[in-house]
Design a protein around this ligand. Structure first.
Ligand SMILES: Nc1ncnc2c1ncn2[C@@H]1O[C@H](COP(=O)(O)OP(=O)(O)OP(=O)(O)O)[C@@H](O)[C@H]1O
Ligand SMILES: [Zn+2]
Length: 452
């Protein structure tokens, strides 16, 4: 009995030691990243690229301006003074993706004099269905540069500064002060908090948009005396597992187009002093029923950590650490299973080619299964694994040791969750997942297999 207890202590101790080693490694990686970010920010500053050069101040419209903007100049509430304000304004757009492209397009064409474009990413074919400034021929180049090319064709009078870098806690405070209005067109929680805190500290209106699947949201933070900030509404970040991105959940391009265009609209209203800015309210767009709802959101939180009269946060922090998520929407590779609970795609391919009896469960949603599947795969969405409703369907295979079970998904994360769950019910059955999922299949087994 005592020996057994000592053994279990030893096992527990070994586990804790492993955990400590993992945490130490994570800490070292963060330290390294911090050094890289600092270096990148220094380089950027050294290149003199960060500062928007002193803006020209215009006092009148040119003939070309009058001809170009005539249809908005004749608007009673807009007029010459509105156009002059736009011409002298500077707007920073963070993210030149689904939201940022239409927002930039409407701001440049309306005559916003100075646009800053921030995006660290490059154009990919899967962006083109909604990121309307980019083109097939510009795949592979910086999104900020690609957007600049398109925008200058639209309006050569617009001055455009590109920052083809990740906006982070070092460069944000150098870039943002030069701009009048900031547009959050990013796709991740860490960047939302970073932009919020920077805008709150620097007192810049932040036009925040988001879109997923068929739905979108829009509001303006940090606007005026009483306008709440993002932290007033969301004091703590959501748990990482509750966050879905466009790459996983999907999105319709016209939804991002709708919200992006409205972000441009709110920015123009802020600059020109037009209408009623969407602060303290949130627009909820349900694309499937085409309904726009405007809900009142709470005002400034008296104890908000960043925008209250006695803030706890007076400088930018490490937002990836704070949110437990990276400042991008790419999935982190999970490490849930032991190596013996996984099989690489080459070994699986060999076994399947030799026609060894087995069952291959594909745990992606049906819409994704319809796009492409591995030979003989059976679609059992992850939800059916987790609620155990698959058990009855595969009772025969689960009873027979002759049927090793393999689980596959798109990138090898959900498949691990599925195996971990199935193992709790069938600990003695051989159940393994395909490492790195179908992406690895395309890379290592069949380059003609579609990737998405
Ligand atoms: N901190 C940041 N600094 C600079 N750019 C950012 C930052 N966070 C997000 N972005 C950019 O914001 C954009 C968000 O747009 P969107 O989600 O439509 O594009 P995406 O990430 O290319 O899409 P997908 O998920 O389909 O690959 C991306 O281009 C992304 O690179
Ligand atoms: Zn606040």
């Amino acid at each position: 009995m005592i020996a057994a207890t000592a053994d279990s202590f030893e096992i527990e101790k070994a586990k804790l030691c492993r955990k400590i080693a993992e945490l130490q490694a994570a800490l070292n990686a963060k330290d390294q990243k911090l050094r890289e970010l600092q270096l990148a920010a220094d380089n950027l500053l050294a290149e003199g690229e960060v500062q928007l050069a002193p803006r020209d101040h215009y006092t009148e419209l040119s003939n070309d301006d009058i001809a170009r903007y005539s249809r908005q100049l004749i608007l009673t509430d807009f007029g010459v003074s509105g156009q002059m304000k736009l011409k002298n304004s500077a707007v920073l757009i963070v993210g030149l993706g689904g939201l940022g492209c239409p927002a930039a397009q409407y701001l440049a064409s309306a005559g916003c004099g100075n646009l800053g474009l921030v995006d660290y990413d490059e154009v990919e074919p899967s962006n083109l269905h909604r990121q309307t400034l980019h083109t097939v021929s510009r795949c592979g180049i910086s999104k900020a540069e690609s957007a600049r090319i398109a925008l200058l064709e639209l309006n050569p009078h617009c001055r455009i500064i590109c920052y083809s870098n990740l906006l982070n806690s070092f460069n944000a405070m150098q870039i943002i002060p030069a701009y009048d209005v900031i547009l959050d067109c990013s796709d991740n929680v860490a960047t939302r908090y970073l932009l919020n805190d920077a805008c709150s500290i620097l007192q810049k209106p932040l036009v925040s948009g988001s879109a997923l699947k068929m739905d979108g949201q829009l509001t303006v933070y940090c606007y005026g005396e009483n306008g709440p900030c993002y932290r007033c509404i969301y004091p703590v970040p959501p748990p990482p597992e509750a966050v879905t991105n466009c790459g996983d959940g999907g999105v319709l391009g016209a939804v991002t187009g709708t919200i992006g265009a409205l972000q441009a609209m709110e920015a123009i209203k802020v600059i020109v002093g037009l209408g009623e800015v969407l602060a303290g309210r949130m627009l909820i767009f349900d694309g499937s029923s085409c309904q726009f709802r405007n809900i009142k959101i709470r005002g400034k939180r008296p104890n908000c950590h960043v925008c209250s009269s006695q803030p706890l946060i007076t400088g930018l922090i490490d937002y990836e650490l704070f949110c437990g998520m990276n400042a991008n929407d790419k999935d982190n590779a999970l490490q849930l299973l032991e190596p013996e609970q996984r099989i690489n795609v080459l070994d699986y391919h060999k076994l399947a080619t030799e026609k060894k009896s087995h069952l291959l469960l594909d745990v992606r949603p049906p819409a994704e299964f319809e796009i492409c599947q591995l030979p003989d795969a059976v679609n059992v969405p992850l939800a059916q694994i987790l609620d155990d409703s698959y058990v009855q369907r595969f009772a025969q295979q689960l009873e027979s040791k002759e049927y090793p079970i393999f689980v596959v998904c798109r990138r090898g994360n959900d498949s691990q969750i599925a195996v971990q769950h199935m193992k709790t019910r069938f600990p003695d059955h051989s159940i393994r997942d395909l490492e790195d999922g179908m992406h690895a299949w395309t890379k290592l087994v069949d380059q003609n297999f579609p990737i998405y």
